[in-house]
Design a binder for this molecule. Structure first.
Ligand SMILES: *Cc1c(COP(=O)(O)O)cnc(C)c1O
Length: 219
């Protein structure tokens, strides 16, 4: 599907939900995509991208940002504390803050550097053992803890379980955001972003629908 098709679908979903045009930010998820595909999307004028690994982003983005200084990079994958400093240099926004140790590290570095990316708290709405994210029952306390650390918490993020109705998870995430006075809702991917927009998403993370299927490099 072309970038234009996706932006048309976003506009339709915004209108259908009675939301303002342009109220949803499209994060084009470029992880493991070949450079030519990324270049093509940049050439069409899109500037907001998502990566799930710090290392991969550090390898591929400096050349692109030299060409396009207004690129806006979002980290959407798990963050190890020993990569936090590098992540803060590369990304405008981190969507995967999910544990106290990481929050404390980010707060310490933010003090040291004098700035901090916008932060989203990742919530494990499906309570899946293998998945990152704070449990829904612990989310309010963790958000409060991050605020006490003076971290710029802008919203919450979730990745619904693959085999469940995503709308239930989007609604739960919206509820957590609402009761904590957070405006940002990072939810919705290629297969479900219209549902996410209907339920209030402010940031959608769309990969394969824009770039085509991911070709995983052998590891
Ligand atoms: C890969 C990824 C996406 C994009 O997934 P698609 O199904 O390709 O749109 C969105 N969010 C996260 C956290 C991801 O890791």
């Amino acid at each position: 599907m072309s970038l234009q098709d996706i932006t048309d679908r976003i506009a339709k979903a915004e209108t259908a939900a009675g939301r303002a045009a342009g109220s949803v930010k499209l994060i084009a998820v470029s992880k493991v995509q070949p450079d030519e595909r990324v270049q093509a999307i940049l050439d069409q004028g899109h500037r907001c991208f998502g990566e799930n690994r710090v290392q991969e982003a550090a390898g591929k983005w400096p050349d692109f940002t030299a060409q396009f200084p207004d690129v806006d990079l979002h980290l959407i994958g798990p963050l190890q504390t020993n990569k936090a400093r590098q992540a803060m240099e590369l990304f405008s926004t981190i969507h995967s803050v999910d544990r106290p140790k990481l929050a404390r590290t980010l707060a310490r570095l933010a003090q040291e550097v004098g700035s901090c990316p916008d932060l989203f708290i990742q919530v494990n709405t499906g309570e899946e053992e293998q998945k990152a994210g704070i449990l829904p029952a612990d989310a309010d306390a963790f958000i409060a803890e991050c605020r006490e650390l003076d971290l710029p918490v802008r919203g919450v993020m979730c990745i619904p379980p693959v085999d469940e109705e995503p709308a239930l998870h989007f609604a739960l995430l919206a509820k957590i955001a609402g009761r904590n006075g957070l405006e940002g809702l990072s939810m919705g991917m290629s297969s479900d972003f219209e549902k996410a927009i209907a339920l209030g998403a402010t940031h959608i993370r769309v990969g394969s629908a824009i770039f085509g299927e991911r070709v995983r490099p052998r590891e």
